[in-house]
Design a protein around this ligand. Structure first.
Ligand SMILES: *Cc1c(COP(=O)(O)O)cnc(C)c1O
Length: 380
């Protein structure tokens, strides 16, 4: 009997259905896929929706989960393909993306540089800085975007001189077409789970909107596989960084990127009024916790044992709770896409003394965290 050899690549529905992409898209297997979908009865009754499911992307990696792991399969795949020795990425001080990049770059034998800008203080910022240092990221602090760009030029020169090569650039949040296709794949994975009866076709998916790649990929992917599910991206960052116009461009660029290499990929178009962005859960600004978010995180932790992040997933869940309270979700099938990490890194962070970090980061350990941040809500 002839047996088709299953490789890691075949596990991705995107490569299974469009095999021609395999020759064109760099990919390295990092994630544990498909991620589970769970219906947690205690959570359903706490929120008051009969059909509430959770997509557990927080378990997407064995060392570190989150939405960033799926994107890094392609982005670090590209770094390896270009024989890079070092990657460079960007974010705010507590960036989950920068941490995920540091961890998986380190696992693949690549050096990593995180160029970070100031943000509101929180326990998870401390945690991510310690973990990033443990995983050998070169952590650099810049007070503003122009300084960060100068710093990037400096790091480029330094790498060229010391390693003989420029570092490979990974955009903030991993949100370029190559990273975004990871969430086109994730939409196809969800379709597989619907077909397999793991969950019914959801009416709505709630998730946080940051650099927009996760939502953009899901919107494109769901349409391509013919699911009617509506994505509700809950904006957790200032609008100039997450505008509908930018999001449409990301979706269109990703669609043409895919169609270029896979001519059979469905030619879907997405219009502006299909972007159902929620703008009312940001609060005072990026990484500024809201009392609604903290309440949501509290409820999810007690009823489901899942930790939400005050800057991201807690705000997304507060939008879901708000809609549930208003009755908008009565009788609907709702999926909460959990984008945060829930793997425990305390063994890694326990080995690091914050004094070993560059001096500019010490203030996150010496200053108070914001008053709404209570550690129990925002570990790991
Ligand atoms: C980065 C991040 C997001 C936002 O995803 P984008 O693709 O940047 O929109 C959501 N949740 C968490 C926990 C994140 O770290």
């Amino acid at each position: 009997m002839k047996r088709k050899k299953m490789t890691a690549l075949d596990k991705l529905p995107l490569f299974r259905d469009f095999p021609e992409l395999k020759d064109h898209l760099p990919h390295v297997s990092l994630a544990t896929l498909p991620t589970p979908v769970e219906k947690i009865e205690e959570l359903c009754s706490a929120v008051g929706i009969a059909d509430l499911y959770v997509k557990r992307d927080d378990l997407s990696g064995s060392v570190y989960g989150s939405n960033k792991v799926r994107k890094l399969e392609f982005l670090l795949g590209e770094a390896l393909k270009s024989h890079a020795r070092e990657v460079i990425t960007f974010g705010f001080a507590g960036s989950n993306h920068a941490l995920a990049t540091a961890i998986y770059a380190n696992q693949l034998g690549l050096k990593s540089i995180s160029l970070l800008m100031p943000q509101a203080n929180a326990h998870y910022v401390r945690h991510n800085l310690l973990a990033g240092h443990h995983y050998k990221a070169r952590l650099c602090n810049y007070g503003s975007l122009p300084l960060l760009l100068l710093g990037m030029m400096f790091q480029f020169c330094r790498s060229k001189v010391t390693l003989g090569k420029f570092p490979h650039i990974i955009p903030a949040g991993g949100s370029c077409p190559l990273g975004i296709i990871a969430y086109v794949n994730a939409a196809m994975e969800l379709k597989d789970q619907v077909v397999a009866g793991v969950l019914p076709e959801p009416d709505f998916i709630y998730l946080p909107l940051g650099s927009m790649g996760t939502s953009a990929g899901l919107i494109l992917g769901l349409k391509a596989v013919g699911l009617k599910t509506r994505v509700i991206p809950v904006r957790v960052i200032e609008e100039r960084m997450a505008s509908p116009a930018r999001m449409l461009k990301l979706i269109r660029d990703t669609a043409s990127f895919l169609c270029k290499f896979a001519p059979t990929f469905p030619h879907v178009t997405v219009s502006r009024d299909e972007l159902l962005i929620r703008n009312d859960c940001l609060g005072a600004g990026y990484a500024q916790f809201t009392s609604e978010g903290v309440k949501a995180a509290d409820m999810v932790r007690t009823s489901a044992g899942i930790i939400l992040n005050g800057s991201y997933s807690a705000k997304a869940f507060s939008a879901l709770m708000d809609d549930a309270t208003k009755g908008i979700l009565d009788g609907k099938k709702v999926l909460f896409w959990n984008t945060y990490n829930s793997r425990d890194l305390s063994t890694a962070t326990g080995t690091v003394d914050y004094h070993d970090l560059p001096k500019a980061f010490h203030r996150y350990f010496e200053d108070e965290v914001q008053s709404l941040d209570r550690r129990s809500y925002d570990k790991p």
